[in-house]
Write a protein that binds this ligand. Structure first.
Ligand SMILES: Cc1cc2nc3c(=O)[nH]c(=O)nc-3n(C[C@H](O)[C@H](O)[C@H](O)COP(=O)(O)OP(=O)(O)OC[C@H]3O[C@@H](n4cnc5c(N)ncnc54)[C@H](O)[C@@H]3O)c2cc1C
Length: 419
């Protein structure tokens, strides 16, 4: 390593970004030739995998970034919205919003090495009226909006005498039968009992309708597990309509309806769309080569082929698993692994030694079905899978989430001596 200083910029303090920055700051502790910059639009690290819980009840889903920065003098945190990544000029532009800047000009952060870890957005697929009228579940505010709105609908229904109006107030439609849609549908269905009691509503009245365009929900689980999940969901009163495509949403005389095919329009005040994700356009506009969902094509070390020293990780990266030839799914477990490897590779890059290729480890998948049930599988050492559905699964799901929190807690504690 030469004596000039190196600026490493990490965009995004999500699962991938936090893992990367935490390791980097430890590796370069005391080395003032390397400066680490973390950029995010929020002052907190969001535990996105628990957002569905926050959409129905109090749940800890944020960890303040400041907790980590306290003694990590080698990290500079930049609060702001990334509005432009200029890979050719090695610079990133940030917008702070009107109130924070005097003249509205963006702040520029220059880098020697860059890690793009900005996660994903909801994909509304340009379905007419959907983005305008449906809720989504991606940010803390989204979960709080869903929760406040659902409670409000029950409060209005409590004194509504017209049956059709009560029906639409108490009908929650969820578009998308993947992990997020199923986890959210089951949480909401389980919350109904308490809401009915609070607002004196007949428990037979509210309903959750899950619409899925393909012929099955939970595509990453095997057939038997899907059947058992459907049984568990139906026992909670959830209506699952597969082969049913959301065609649009429209407002007529102040009343909302979800257009679907096949089937009559569904009148509802609450449509939540979880049907897909996409990557922000600013990444494509950066000059990076992108593929499916706008994810960045990366080499086997997660670098952008045309831009050595620039890495994409987590939902942003379209990495290929060499063992299967398939693309690595968008999931927190892979974002964490990629963040960790990228920190190691940045150290190698700074030291001028060869980088280590990414070999994804698949630990399994767990989908919660409400508070006390989960379905999924765990990878066993001999290459087989341990499949489960039940209470133990929900403990495992909780353990996975707590493990991440424990990692963050331990990092902070090791650094400062207290949390
Ligand atoms: C409800 C729900 C449940 C899920 N459950 C699971 C699960 O059980 N298991 C699992 O493996 N995965 C799950 N996922 C998927 C998982 O959360 C994502 O795959 C994971 O968060 C991706 O990590 P990441 O580091 O790529 O991005 P993220 O964790 O999304 O982090 C991106 C960061 O970038 C910041 N950012 C984005 N754009 C900008 C910008 N322009 N300027 C500044 N900052 C920006 C964001 O604020 C955020 O902090 C779930 C997702 C949802 C929505």
């Amino acid at each position: 390593m030469n004596n000039t200083s190196t600026d490493i910029v990490i965009l995004g303090a999500g699962y991938g970004g936090m893992m990367c920055v935490t390791r980097l700051s430890r590796m370069f502790r005391g080395d003032d030739r390397v400066r680490i910059h973390l950029v995010d639009r929020h002052t907190y690290h969001l535990l996105e995998t628990r957002l569905h819980e926050r959409a129905v009840r109090e749940a800890e889903v944020v960890v303040p970034i400041a907790r980590f920065l306290a003694r990590r003098k080698n990290i500079t945190f930049h609060l702001g919205e990334v509005t432009r990544i200029d890979l050719a000029q090695k610079r990133v532009e940030l917008d702070f919003g009107r109130s924070e800047t005097s003249d509205g000009t963006p702040r520029v952060v220059r880098y020697d090495h860059l890690v793009i870890a900005l996660g994903s957005k909801t994909n509304f697929y340009q379905i007419p009226g959907l983005e305008e009228h449906a809720f989504q579940l991606k940010e803390l505010e989204d979960s709080e909006r869903i929760r406040a709105h659902t409670e409000r609908m029950f409060a209005i229904a409590a004194s509504e005498s017209s049956l059709p109006k009560r029906k639409e107030l108490l009908r929650i439609v969820i578009g998308g039968g993947g992990l997020t849609g199923v986890e959210l549908a089951t949480e909401i269905a389980q919350r109904f009992d308490a809401l009915c009691e609070e607002f004196h509503i007949d428990p037979a009245e509210p309903e959750v309708v899950l619409l899925e365009a393909s012929n099955r929900i939970l595509p990453s689980l095997d057939g038997r597990q899907v059947i058992r999940s459907i049984e568990a969901m139906q026992a909670m009163g959830i209506q699952i309509l597969t082969n049913t495509r959301v065609m649009g949403m429209e407002e007529q005389d102040g009343r909302l309806q979800v257009l679907r095919a096949p089937g009559e329009p569904l009148a509802t005040r609450t449509m939540i769309w979880t049907g897909g994700i996409r990557i922000s356009d600013l990444i494509r506009e950066s000059g990076a080569e992108t593929g499916t969902q706008g994810r960045v094509l990366v080499d086997d070390c997660l670098q952008l082929g045309d831009f050595p020293g620039v890495f994409a990780i987590g939902d942003n990266a379209l990495a290929i698993n060499p063992a299967t030839g398939e693309s690595v799914p968008t999931a927190a477990q892979f974002a964490l692994q990629q963040g960790s490897l990228t920190a190691d590779n940045l150290r190698r890059l700074v030291a001028g030694t060869p980088l280590k290729p990414y070999r994804p480890k698949v630990f399994g998948e767990v989908v919660s079905l409400g508070r006390h049930l989960a379905v999924g599988w765990a990878a066993l050492p001999i290459g087989s899978r341990l499949r489960f559905l039940g209470f133990l699964g929900s403990l495992l799901k909780r353990a996975i989430s707590e493990r991440h929190l424990f990692f963050l807690w331990r990092e902070r504690q090791n650094w400062t001596g207290h949390w």
